[in-house]
Design a protein around this ligand. Structure first.
Ligand code: OGA
Ligand code: NI
Length: 320
């Protein structure tokens, strides 16, 4: 099948924010998805991370369970087996490891030390280096997004992401049959500001475009970037936090590496000054979870916690 990339533009993030602002603005109003090229995340780091991750997932479950997410407690770190994470109440056909910024133990939920496996030994260094490199790319994307919104390039840094919440996951999606009605990941939106996703060559990621589902196929040395609920909220719906899903029918094991660059835990996420709270295309109509990104108040941490409880009900009592 020829990959369809009609509505998902390729943006060279190596250029000056002023030069890409218009393209970026269009992409964010259209599907809220774009590919990023021209980045400086080292290819050999990505390849190393991919190889080490495959080594980890090939281990028997009982060895992987040495870093079971249940042991990560409130920090929400560690491995979960296929079927334990739910999207809209339905188990996804994926296993994965949750990571975040490496921090000392903390009372704050979703903060603290990572759980790293003993084998493969190099995974720890690769993950931490990757988080740093892709977080730096994320800040660059946010600078360009600020310009696209008519704000100072440093606006996000000054208001929301000076001390961002960064979550990183490695997912392994076993192959599904074409006719399999289960999902690798069910339809959902992401919660924060931007998600920066590296995917292998398998494909299977789909985005709900204005005229139906479209593929976000693998493109060599690119990242898929999509906007989360907070950007939709801050822009009164001008920018889209678009539903997406994965169905891995490639016949191969698919790996993906999403990094979520989110507002600071304690940040209150308010409308940006250039947009106000116009709610020009408000979401309430047909969002995947029937919830509105506008109708709540509190900190980003509060918002995130309600979401975590739904995707890992087992963890709910511990984190909430
Ligand atoms: C996610 C997500 C897509 C993928 O983790 O939120 O949408 O390809 N992942 O893994
Ligand atoms: Ni997602």
């Amino acid at each position: 099948m020829v990959p369809e990339i009609r509505h998902i533009p390729l943006i060279d993030i190596g250029r000056d924010p002023d030069d890409i602002a218009a393209e970026l603005d269009r992409a964010c109003r259209d599907t809220g998805f774009f590919f990023v090229v021209g980045h400086d995340v080292p290819v050999d780091l990505q390849q190393r991370l991919d190889a080490l991750s495959r080594e980890f997932f090939a281990l028997p479950d009982r060895e992987k369970a040495a870093i079971d997410m249940r042991l990560g407690g409130r920090a929400w770190r560690g491995w979960f087996p296929v079927g334990r994470e739910l999207t809209s109440g339905v188990p996804d056909q994926k296993e994965g490891i949750y990571f975040g910024q490496e921090r000392p133990p903390s009372d704050l939920p979703l903060h603290g030390p990572n759980l790293f496996p003993e084998r493969p030994a190099g995974l720890r260094d690769a993950v931490l280096a990757y988080i740093d490199a892709v977080t730096a790319l994320g800040h660059r994307v946010l600078r360009a997004l600020a310009v696209a919104l008519g704000l100072e390039a440093g606006w996000f840094d000054a208001h929301l992401t000076h001390d961002p919440l960064v979550l990183f996951r490695i997912f392994h999606y076993p192959p599904l049959e074409q006719r399999d009605e289960r999902w690798s990941v069910g339809e959902h939106t992401d919660y924060g500001l931007i998600t920066i996703l590296a995917q292998d060559e398998s494909g299977g990621l789909e985005v709900r475009g204005p005229d139906g589902w479209i593929a976000a196929p693998p493109i060599a040395n690119s990242f898929v970037v999509n906007l989360g609920d907070m950007l939709e909220r801050m822009t009164g719906g001008r920018y889209k936090s678009t539903p997406h899903r994965v169905h891995n029918t490639s016949g191969a094991d698919r790996l993906s590496f999403p990094l979520f660059l989110d507002p600071a835990w304690a940040a209150e996420v308010l409308p940006v000054p250039t947009v106000g709270d116009a709610r020009e295309n408000s979401d309430a109509i047909d969002r995947w979870d029937g919830a509105s990104v506008h109708e709540w108040s509190g900190t980003y941490g509060d918002y995130l916690l309600t979401k975590v409880g739904r995707v890992f009900p087992e963890l709910r009592d511990e984190v909430l």
